[in-house]
Design a protein around this ligand. Structure first.
Ligand SMILES: [Zn+2]
Length: 119
């Protein structure tokens, strides 16, 4: 993947990340659960790079789609940093560009995806 394309995905991921952080924060603030309100407070006082460490100890991604999305976005951005973006993390095949455009956080090619879901 050339660097212009990678940069484009990086921008896209960054802007979604900003939106998802905001949405997660709102969700936690409005939650009826006290721990979530407290968590929102501590996240607000932390830098976004610390969010994952703080939230991961308290939030179950299954219950918080915004947090799950946050994890995926961070993972994709991390892959850009290490030059692995756009490749299946299991078999290292180059991922389909159309699918990446639809969702730049995908981590696996179709066949590895199916293998994971069936095994
Ligand atoms: Zn694969």
């Amino acid at each position: 993947m050339n660097s212009d394309t990678t940069r484009h995905f990086q921008d896209q991921l960054q802007s979604e990340l900003t939106a998802v952080r905001k949405a997660l924060l709102e969700e936690l603030k409005q939650s009826s659960q006290k721990f979530a309100n407290e968590l929102a407070k501590s996240l607000e006082q932390s830098s976004p790079s610390e969010w994952l460490d703080i939230a991961a100890t308290q939030l179950n991604p299954q219950q918080y789609p915004n947090f799950q999305r946050l994890l995926k976005l961070e993972a994709a951005l991390c892959q850009i940093d290490i030059g692995q973006f756009g490749y299946c993390c299991d078999c290292e095949t180059q991922l389909n560009m159309a699918e990446l455009k639809a969702d730049p956080t995908i981590q696996r090619c179709n066949s590895c995806c199916q293998k994971r879901h069936t095994s």
